[in-house]
Design a protein around this ligand. Structure first.
Ligand SMILES: *Cc1c(COP(=O)(O)O)cnc(C)c1O
Length: 223
């Protein structure tokens, strides 16, 4: 292992205020890297590809709480539904329905986040503000008893301009507050604001993040 995973993990954790959860993003890194972080006490890990996640799930300790952080195709939901702890990047009603269906078949309630698209990049997935409100106004989600919507997830633009990154986080936080007040005022579980990655997690926690997704800063560059 070329990277001091344990040392890096301690450093990242030391930078996080209490109440902010670390999701250690292990995609493209071998299971031994996960084990190193696990031995240091980390239990929440994130992956973005179903096959890689399924393999690691088989290999690794069962008390790991796996978050799916990538774009999830509806036909892959059935493979992760038995064990996934949180699906972070839900960006369509169709996907939400599929998660509800497979969670029900497994006798589970699966925690999800709705992915907000704020960044300027055209290629990024996620719901634009209006689409998010349309989905919620539609109300179908209210009858889905096997998914629990726990908050919002977003990725800021991949730019050097810190003021732009901060204003995107602030916008996401404002939309979170609006959504919370309008649809989830009585739902204490709707409280997660998942933003911040290796290069911007310090800015993210200063701008309302409750959950950061950090890979490279812990495990090194992906091969
Ligand atoms: C890969 C990935 C991360 C982690 O990125 P790093 O820059 O390595 O910290 C976070 N969130 C999502 C959605 C990702 O795909």
């Amino acid at each position: 292992m070329n990277y001091d995973v344990k040392g890096n993990l301690r450093q990242v954790l030391g930078n996080l205020p209490t109440g902010v959860q670390l999701v250690a993003i292990s995609k493209y890194h071998p299971s031994e890297y996960v084990v190193a972080a696990y031995d240091e006490g980390q239990r929440v890990f994130g992956e973005s590809h179903e096959q890689e996640l399924s393999r690691k799930y088989q290999e690794l300790p069962k008390d790991i709480r796996w978050h799916f952080i990538g774009h999830l195709q509806t036909n892959k939901v059935k493979y992760i539904a038995p064990y996934i702890s949180m699906i972070e990047a839900v960006d369509s009603l169709k996907l939400l329905r599929e998660i509800d269906k497979h969670a029900a078949r497994n006798g589970r309630v699966i925690d999800v986040l709705l992915e907000l698209h704020i960044a300027e990049e055209e290629t990024k997935y996620g719901l634009r503000r209006d689409d998010l409100f349309d989905l919620l106004d539609g109300g179908e989600w209210r009858s889905m008893s096997h998914v629990r919507i726990c908050g919002l997830m977003m990725m800021a633009s991949n730019v050097d301009d810190e003021s732009q990154i901060c204003s995107e986080f602030d916008l996401a936080a404002a939309i979170f507050d609006e959504v919370k007040a309008k649809y989830f005022a009585d739902a204490p579980w709707f409280r997660e604001r998942s933003w911040g990655m290796s290069h911007d997690y310090l800015l993210a926690v200063a701008h309302g993040s409750t959950m950061v997704r950090v890979g490279t800063a812990i495990f090194g560059p992906r091969i």
